[in-house]
Design a protein around this ligand. Structure first.
Ligand code: F6P
Length: 349
């Protein structure tokens, strides 16, 4: 078979491990040929591709990012985008496309499949917000990086008797904040799913510090927001920065600085903030993510060989399964309320 491979959306550690598994597996076991589509769906809209040879993929398992490049291009953002994707697939003689991406990339894959594109999806995102799979690769690496950062912030917070707010990624969901916050022993973990009260956060910090303890770390997801602070949000743009991308997302940021300022103003504790940003998305994947990405790649290749198009590979109860793309997209997987209430919001710090 002749198979196109693309990576779309925000990059994440493990993308190259999927590419490697698909290409080497297809070449060694089935004699498949591969075409690398550059920069996600944009590559198929603009017919920008490269041949993808096994030799290019042998040593990319540990490499962060994606050798194919990525973009947030939506084929349905313009009138002729989907037709141009199909025209490129026809011109290249592709029998199948493996699309590796998150909700946006795979949502487009689902719509393109409904128009006849033979596509198989592979779920990726550091945010871990894709429904249908228990976990996406990239998430474990992001949690490791964020946990190490929180550990480091704890020691300097303790030395200087400060509150340090650590802002982590998580546009709609707080999976990274919850896992890294629990692992790092944060005093407060604030997530988009549960709007927080600034008064309550500050009161808990005041109680916690008392006369003896005088430092705290607060972990906040970039999409978290206060529920009771109409006027206070004027110093922080909760609507995001800049113009929206082709999937309607604005760039988030600023909640960490805003929180640190408000905590200092309300409690009198000297406070600082640190924004982890893209540090969480860069670099080599953890062993867990390498294994999961390789398993997803092998399973996607098997689905292509079976002509089982319109599916996404997913992790369920430890096994890799196939589910319809339509069941996976458009419905972000939120943090389990039990995990949040029973563990993350216990204020054990
Ligand atoms: O890929 C998901 C994500 O990392 C979100 O957590 C974050 O809001 C967004 O991407 C940032 O996107 P960009 O790299 O385009 O600024």
């Amino acid at each position: 078979m002749r198979i196109g491979v693309l990576t779309g959306g925000g990059d994440c550690p493990g993308l190259n491990a999927v590419i490697r598994a698909v290409v080497l597996g297809g070449f060694v076991h089935h004699g498949d040929e591969f075409v690398g589509v550059l920069d996600g769906w944009r590559g198929l809209i603009e017919n920008r591709t490269v041949s993808l040879e096994p030799d290019q993929c042998r040593s990319i398992l540990t490499k962060g990012g994606t050798i194919l490049g990525s973009s947030r291009t939506n084929p349905f953002a313009t009138d002729d985008g989907a037709d141009r994707v199909q025209a490129t697939v026809d011109a290249l003689g592709l029998d199948a496309v493996v699309a590796i991406g998150g909700d946006d990339t795979l949502g487009a894959a689902d719509r393109l499949h409904q128009r006849g594109l033979p596509v198989v999806g592979v779920p990726k995102t550091i945010d871990n917000d894709l429904s249908g799979t228990e976990v996406t690769f990239g998430f474990d690496t992001a949690v490791q990086i964020a946990t190490e950062a929180i550990d480091r912030l704890q020691t300097t917070a303790e030395s200087h008797h400060r509150v340090i707010v650590c802002e982590v990624m998580g546009r709609n969901v707080g999976w990274i904040a919850v896992h890294a916050g629990i692992a790092g022993g944060a005093a407060e973990i604030l997530i988009p799913e549960v709007p927080f009260s600034l008064d309550e956060v500050c009161n808990r910090l005041l109680q916690r510090h008392g006369d003896e303890q005088f430092f705290s770390t607060v972990v906040v997801a970039e999409g978290a927001h206060p529920r009771d602070e109409g006027s206070a949000t004027s110093s922080w743009n909760s609507q995001g920065l800049g113009t929206a991308d082709q999937f309607g997302h604005v760039r988030l940021g600023g909640i960490g600085d805003f929180l640190a300022q408000e905590i200092e103003r309300r409690t009198g504790y000297e406070s600082r903030s640190a924004v982890l940003g893209h540090i969480q998305r860069g670099g080599s994947p953890t062993a867990f993510d390498r294994v999961l990405a390789t398993r997803f790649g092998a399973a996607a290749l098997a689905a292509v060989q079976d002509h089982d198009f319109g599916c996404m590979v997913a992790l369920r109860s430890g096994a890799i399964v196939r589910i319809p793309l339509g069941d996976a997209v458009g419905n972000p997987k939120q943090v389990d309320p039990h995990l949040y209430e029973q563990v993350a919001a216990l204020y054990l710090g």
